[in-house]
Write a protein that binds this ligand. Sequence first.
Ligand SMILES: Cc1cc2nc3c(=O)[nH]c(=O)nc-3n(C[C@H](O)[C@H](O)[C@H](O)COP(=O)(O)OP(=O)(O)OC[C@H]3O[C@@H](n4cnc5c(N)ncnc54)[C@H](O)[C@@H]3O)c2cc1C
Ligand SMILES: *[C@@H]1O[C@H](CO)[C@@H](O)[C@H](O)[C@H]1NC(C)=O
Ligand SMILES: *[C@@H]1O[C@H](CO)[C@@H](O)[C@H](O)[C@H]1NC(C)=O
Ligand SMILES: *[C@@H]1O[C@H](CO)[C@@H](O)[C@H](O)[C@H]1NC(C)=O
Length: 527
Amino acid sequence: MVAKKVKIAIIGAGMAGLTAANRLYTTSHDLFDLTVFEAGHRIGGRILTSDFAGDRIETGATWIHGIGGSPVYALATEQNLLEDSSCNWERMDGFPSDQLTIAEGGFMVDQDHIAGPISSLYRGLMDDARTGHATSPDGDPSVGVYLRRGFQQYQATRAPSADTGCRDDTWSLEALEESLFAMEECIERVCTSADNLSDLNLSAESEYIDFPGEHITIAKGYSRIVEHLASGLPPGTIRLGQRLRRVEWCSGDGTPTDGSSPVRLQFSDNTVVHADHVIVTVSLGVLKAEIGKESGKGNGIGIHFDPALPDFKREAIRRLGWGVVNKLFMEMETETEMESREAFPFLRMVFNQDPKDERMKRHASKIPWWIRKTGSICPIYSGSHVLLAWFVGKEATHLESLDDEEIIRGVHATLDAFLPTCGAKYAARCTGTETAMRRIRSVKRSRWATDPLFLGSYSYVSIGSSGDDLDLMAEPLPRGKDEVPRLQILFGGEATHRTHYSTTHGAYYSGIREADRLLQFYNVTSV
Ligand SMILES: Cc1cc2nc3c(=O)[nH]c(=O)nc-3n(C[C@H](O)[C@H](O)[C@H](O)COP(=O)(O)OP(=O)(O)OC[C@H]3O[C@@H](n4cnc5c(N)ncnc54)[C@H](O)[C@@H]3O)c2cc1C
Ligand SMILES: *[C@@H]1O[C@H](CO)[C@@H](O)[C@H](O)[C@H]1NC(C)=O
Ligand SMILES: *[C@@H]1O[C@H](CO)[C@@H](O)[C@H](O)[C@H]1NC(C)=O
Ligand SMILES: *[C@@H]1O[C@H](CO)[C@@H](O)[C@H](O)[C@H]1NC(C)=O
């Protein structure tokens, strides 16, 4: 009798699912009957390289966050993906150091005396939080309150400055510092996807691990990493357009309905597949949609589990933070006149948090609310005609609903307020032609929140959750070690990694972890 192959189904062909598949196949070869089911019509998930106005851009994952020890960096090096002479790519020149900090209204903020100290203050506070040296004032557990107290302390103790450096009477020094600090906070919002930093758990920040070394982008595109992982699988392993709708499994009290394969998977086209093990790698947003549905709030776009996921799993899914981050790419007009002008700067925008002056109010009213929390607009590499801005939270979600024309109008109003042709600082460079403004020709933005296969961007540890929840996310089902078939449902994905959540390498590690869990279960070391 020929032994029946163990059937493993992997849900999702993103970084986690493809890493698990690759690991299972390359370690065991033909031992398993292995299939990856992907709802979309492409692989990669939140990794998606694209082209825009002649440049290579990343719509999702962008950076290798620290090259020291990163498995993604190792893959990129091994596959020779870090150089490309055939085209220009996002941040091919690394992270820009020549930044201009400009306040709403158009004057340049003094770097040495005002912007610099606020940046250092912010970085120092976040470094303390990351290394576990931050104490939460009044016992408040959030990053938001911690940062604000740090800022207030700074303002209360810094030497009063005679020369504010504000060559603009519409701003007081205090208001300028306040708005600068808000701009710095935007960096943290993008990094974590937390719309409101008051919802970000301070003590959990110290559990998050960053790799040391430079942060770099991938010349040939992030997608090449997942394409490489997929190329090692036998043809037909990955099935696109297969959206999982329902998982029937046996919890502690049930017995398999159908002999050996305890898990029954039903897809949106009603195809049914039986498996011994399923590794679920869909986003936390997709899992939350299911929980929401059960509590009457959902939109019916999640995956239905029968029996329902146990409480410990549902609670972890509910508690963990999940946010929206989107990227907006803007192509500038390239008239000859524009070409002759200086390259667009790396513009850090200090929005007036509380415009009082009439002129400021007029400017402010033209800038739409959804852009007022964006910290910067910059070319994707020095000299590129493509500009990039990051959006978070409510602003990011709203961005998805706008049409291109409305976005362009909002960006123009913003550029006019920050880079006026004859603004105070820019006066020196001003050619006197009122029309020589920078204009946007077309835009392209990501829509991670409305895409039903993601429903958001990445996870964070919110107030009310903890690092333990990330471990609970990773626990396979059923939980006990009774007679019921073990390891029926396994969980991978970015939001299941305690110290590297929210990243591609976190997703990668989770794929390795779940593959190894099964390999160990079947006593496979290597073939
Ligand atoms: C804008 C943005 C910027 C980012 N920047 C960075 C960065 O600079 N550096 C970094 O390290 N990380 C970054 N990330 C995070 C990184 O992209 C993710 O952490 C990582 O790609 C997640 O991989 P995953 O396999 O866990 O999930 P996913 O990539 O979401 O894969 C899950 C797959 O499941 C599929 N799926 C969903 N529902 C179903 C269903 N019902 N049936 C079948 N399949 C389904 C989805 O289509 C998807 O392909 C960024 C993310 C975003 C959105
Ligand atoms: C952020 O959350 C805090 C606490 O829940 C709340 O007081 C504050 O108004 C929120 N801020 C914004 C901008 O929503
Ligand atoms: C924050 O996270 C820590 C560590 O993971 C946890 O112990 C703590 O209970 C959490 N705090 C809150 C208020 O959620
Ligand atoms: C793996 O090895 C252990 C210990 O030798 C054994 O008890 C178990 O049955 C093996 N598992 C499988 C699936 O062969």
